[in-house]
Design a protein around this ligand. Structure first.
Ligand SMILES: O=C(O)c1ccc[n+]([C@@H]2O[C@H](COP(=O)([O-])O)[C@@H](O)[C@H]2O)c1
Ligand SMILES: Cc1cc2nc[nH]c2cc1C
Length: 336
């Protein structure tokens, strides 16, 4: 689908389906009949019920798990904000294609299909400290690419990215959406030293000052301070919602990219779970601001949808119980 104006995109974001309350209700009733004290499987129960709501059935399935990794390049890398050179983004796209990256192994290990979508990686966005990262046309193109990448029969979507410099970009987006200065949102990303960390905070502060006039508009924030892969993840999360597809968010960058949806519509991210708490400094604060509780805390800070992929195993375990357990009546076990 090609979104041709910001107003069209805004309208799409405010008219979102809410999932099936009936399926959620039925799934909860089933959980309460299974041979365990009610609630004793904790968040595993919640996951099965969440999948039921968004798949619209009390017996959800995970035969088609998709991992989308969007890649983009960033003008702000000129400010020395990453421990790695900008060309690593294109090099890693080649590595994904050759099957050599972490996400290739993780996706295979959980039976997920991996699609990598490079977005003009040879043409960086503008440095957001000097100009809007993307103009409206470029932004809408990236959002549309994200929407188009979502296959409607997907049963769970893992959303991730690759883009040298994008933890600075994500910090700028988070600061613009939720307030606070650069220093309060930046982290070490791929491993910058103390001076690099200061350069990151300075870049975010300069970006906030340059774009002060649009900070109240979540879509303009994403266009002006974001990047193509962030815009695409936003588009993919929107398209997933339009198709009632549950989403696993990955780390700081993936969460920041999708955060505007929560500001544009009440419960805009109800179809999404935070798969993990990234080791990137700002992630917990961002998750708190969005009222998202991470499923895992593995000190991961890779990106690539790696954390999201890891959480697919939890979903499979949740459904194994939801599907396979006997009820008290079936098993002849006495209730309390
Ligand atoms: O999303 C996260 O939590 C995350 C935390 C640290 C690093 N990353 C990945 O590292 C790259 C960005 O780091 P940097 O230092 O270049 O801003 C980018 O390719 C991300 O996928 C991602
Ligand atoms: C090697 C490398 C792999 C990555 N994957 C996601 N971000 C990355 C950053 C680097 C530097």
């Amino acid at each position: 689908m090609s979104v041709s104006s910001l107003s069209e995109l805004r309208a799409l974001c405010t008219d979102l389906p809410a999932g099936s309350e009936a399926a959620e209700h039925e799934a909860r009733a089933r959980q309460d009949m299974l041979t365990k004290p009610q609630g004793s499987l904790g968040r595993l129960e919640e996951l099965a019920i969440w999948l039921s709501r968004w798949q619209g059935t009390a017996r959800p399935e995970l035969d088609k798990v998709s991992v989308l990794v969007f890649a983009g390049s960033h003008g702000v890398t000129a400010r020395g904000v990453s421990a790695f050179p900008a060309e690593v983004t294109a090099q890693m796209v080649a590595n994904f294609a050759n099957g050599g990256a972490a996400i290739n192994q993780l996706a295979r290990s959980v039976g997920a299909t991996l699609k990598v979508v490079p977005l003009d990686v040879e043409r960086p966005t503008a440095d957001f400290t000097l100009a809007p990262a993307m103009d409206e046309r470029e932004f809408l193109q990236a959002v549309s690419a994200g929407m188009d990448a979502v296959e409607p029969d997907t049963q769970v979507l893992c959303l991730g990215e690759m883009g040298i410099g994008n933890t600075t970009v994500a910090a700028a987006v988070a600061a613009a959406l939720f307030g606070g200065d650069g220093a309060s949102w930046v982290g070490r990303g791929t491993g910058v030293d103390d001076e690099g960390l200061q350069r990151k905070a300075g870049a975010v502060d300069d970006g906030l000052a340059r774009h002060a006039g649009i900070l109240g508009d979540p879509l303009m924030v994403l266009a002006s301070l974001g990047g193509r892969e962030l815009a695409a993840m936003f588009g993919a999360s929107l398209q997933a919602r339009r198709n009632n597809i549950p989403v696993l968010l990955d780390g700081f960058v993936s969460t920041a990219a999708c955060a505007p949806l929560a500001q544009l519509a009440p419960n805009g991210l109800a179809h999404a779970k935070a798969a993990h708490a990234s080791a990137e400094a700002g992630h917990r604060r961002l998750l708190d601001a969005l009222d998202l509780k991470p499923l895992l805390d593995f000190q991961m800070r890779l990106g690539e949808a790696s954390g999201a992929c890891l959480a697919v195993g939890l979903l499979r375990s949740a459904l194994a119980c939801h599907d396979g357990m006997a009820s008290f009546a079936e098993a002849g076990v006495s209730e309390k």
